[in-house]
Write a protein that binds this ligand. Structure first.
Ligand SMILES: C[C@H]1O[C@@H](n2cnc3c(N)ncnc32)[C@H](O)[C@@H]1O
Length: 243
């Protein structure tokens, strides 16, 4: 009679199954607020600063990406390859284009566009890619969860479209143009690049922004004034979503 080993039960008991979540933030201030609120104190070695911790049932990895579309796309690619997260969330501040948005309001993106992609010389729409695509959608289930969490926290929250490009927008005429061309509600420098990359990698991603400025003549002062508070609000919101 051959011996059959009894199944080892010890492992199943000692290791709860955590779902891995990747968070992305461009700026140091945004990442610091998230680290504080979520208690992410383990720093990992790598080409981008990454901070790890456990929040509720999730293993959370926060990538501090740096500013701009290239930094965003490379960070998402890197995080996907290294951590294989189940879902992901981009959090940061943005300039408001829609006059109904005020400082510190929360904007949950339904989609995003790269406003500075321009092959209009070939008869294409502003922001249209060579593939013919123009707007990239965020994960709807995740975005709805974030929207509800913002409501529960009593934060003013809106659905909207984000326009992303490699320029800090600080002129009313430029802001009006983006609103007119894309019906965009807010402008920033990473979201559309992150969402396109996540889509290509089949990684569900949501994009949430708090308003730091109005993309107008005072944008850089307003940005500096509201960055900390806006980052703090985002961190509270992300904590609520993860719990
Ligand atoms: C400057 C940083 O903050 C975001 N951001 C906030 N306000 C604006 C604006 N008016 N124009 C472009 N990006 C902005 C960008 O996404 C970048 O990460």
């Amino acid at each position: 009679m051959s011996e059959v080993a009894a199944p080892d039960q010890t492992e199943a008991v000692s290791s709860p199954v955590l779902s891995t979540v990747a968070l992305f933030a461009a700026e140091g201030a945004e990442a610091r607020a998230l680290r504080r609120a979520l208690g992410l104190d383990e720093a990992l070695e790598g080409p981008k600063p990454v901070f790890r911790g456990q929040v509720g049932p999730h293993e959370v990895l926060l990538v501090e990406t740096g500013v701009g579309k290239v930094a965003a796309a490379s960070a998402v690619t890197y995080a996907q390859a290294r951590f294989n997260p189940r879902w992901s969330l981009w959090a940061g501040v943005a300039g408001g284009l829609n006059p109904s948005l005020h400082s510190l309001d929360v904007l949950v993106a339904h989609d995003a566009v790269q406003w500075d992609v321009d092959i209009t010389a070939f008869g294409r729409q502003p922001g249209e890619l060579a593939t013919g695509e123009r707007f990239v959608r965020a994960d709807i289930e995740l975005s709805t969860r974030i929207y509800r969490a913002a409501l529960e926290l009593g934060f003013p929250v809106h659905w909207g479209r984000v326009a992303s490009g490699d320029r800090f927008l600080a002129h009313p005429a430029d802001a009006a143009r983006l609103r007119q061309l894309f019906a965009a509600d807010a402008v920033e420098m990473e979201g559309a690049a992150a969402l396109w990359t996540a889509k290509d990698l089949a990684l569900p991603m949501a994009l949430v922004r708090t308003i730091s400025d109005g993309a107008d003549d005072d944008a850089h002062e307003s940005f500096e004034l509201f960055l900390e508070q806006a980052s703090e609000r985002l961190a509270q919101l992300v904590l609520k979503v993860l719990q």
